[in-house]
Design a protein around this ligand. Structure first.
Ligand SMILES: [Zn+2]
Length: 339
């Protein structure tokens, strides 16, 4: 069968076109301390400097062997753009959002004239460009961003889930705002060379909000991004945390090419719950990839492959202390798999 470049192979696999074998990629964050030591670009600097970000992203390919490059390594740059308080990360820990900025519609109105290409958003866009200029012909360039539901939660803070259930008018307004931002940001990533967009919407979880609220407050907004990307022939991958098994049929309606599932999801049931999206995942990033032996990685990979996963990869984000050898074992298992 035809030998594809990694870029062609992922393009085809995400569109259910025949391929020679499974691509070996990661749609969640890829940075690890071993890669930082190998390439000289470390957290937290690699979150803030485009060259360092690109260098560490590149290490996922050159040091580990993933057949794609992906930025960034965290999900706080978006909330930071809108003025949320951020707790800086360190060598092993990603930054996190600690202070929301929007309590009501008036607060939201103050955010509306943001400039897309400022702060760390500009850094990430620049890193996409650097990677695409270097690898864009051969490797998939994955641009990742937080999804609209989780971004709205960052911006609204602890009040978010309460507001959701009391039906505050702020909720749809904030989701409209966030998803419009997401679409503009995704388009800017594509302009800079991204060919695949990973939407990381960790708390838009069926496990937390159930089907009715997912349909109301997550589905239409995630769909907006998927629709905009489809027009540009750009594939989308949606990652949501938690036990999303029973919510997958609703998530499938977003029109994303692929749904990346948490390690707690049973792959066989999951694949039966979707009609269109490809299910990807879902090795346990802690028990298996960080703390497991090579044999355990191989065994877990085999189990997920036998269950019919679309692409074998990690469940939630890779832990920074994960040994390269374990990731390479997972990659080897993916590469050896023929559909
Ligand atoms: Zn997750």
């Amino acid at each position: 069968m035809t030998k594809y470049t990694p870029k062609e192979r992922l393009y085809r696999a995400l569109r259910k076109q025949p391929v020679d074998r499974m691509p070996a990629v990661c749609f969640t964050q890829t940075g690890t301390v071993e890669q930082m030591e190998a390439c000289g670009a470390y957290w937290p600097e690699a979150h803030e400097d485009a060259e360092k970000m690109a260098t560490l992203a590149e290490a996922a390919h050159t040091v580990v062997g993933f057949e794609a490059v992906r930025v960034p390594f965290d999900i706080t740059a978006e909330a930071e753009l809108f003025g949320c308080g951020i707790k800086a990360g360190d060598l092993k820990q990603q930054p996190s959002v600690i202070k929301p900025v929007v309590k009501n519609l008036e607060d939201l109105d103050k955010l509306r004239d943001y400039k897309l290409k400022e702060g760390r958003i500009a850094v990430i866009l620049e890193a996409v460009k650097i990677l695409s200029e270097k690898y864009g012909k051969e490797l998939p360039i994955i641009g990742s961003m937080i999804g609209p539901f989780s971004l709205a939660q960052h911006i609204n803070g602890d009040a978010w889930f309460g507001n959701l259930f009391t039906g505050e008018e702020l909720v749809p307004a904030l989701l409209d705002f966030c998803s419009d931002f997401n679409v503009a940001y995704a388009k800017a990533m594509v302009e800079n060379g991204a060919d695949t967009i990973a939407i990381i919407d960790p708390t838009a979880s069926y496990e937390l909000i159930g089907g009715e609220y997912y349909e109301k407050y997550a589905l239409p907004y995630q769909k907006k991004i998927a629709d905009a990307m489809k027009e540009l022939d750009v594939a989308t991958v949606l990652h949501v945390c938690g036990k999303t098994t029973d919510g997958l049929s609703i998530m499938d309606k977003t029109g994303v090419n692929s749904i990346s599932v948490d390690q707690r999801v049973d792959i066989k049931t999951a694949t039966g719950n979707v009609k269109d999206a490809i299910i990807v995942g879902n090795l346990d990033p802690v028990a298996v990839l960080w703390n497991g032996t090579l044999e355990e990685v191989e065994e877990a990979s085999k189990k997920v492959l036998d269950a019919g996963v679309g692409l074998l990869t990690v469940g939630c984000g890779i832990v920074s202390m994960t040994p390269t050898a374990n990731l390479q074992k997972m990659i080897e298992c993916a590469k050896n798999h023929k559909y």
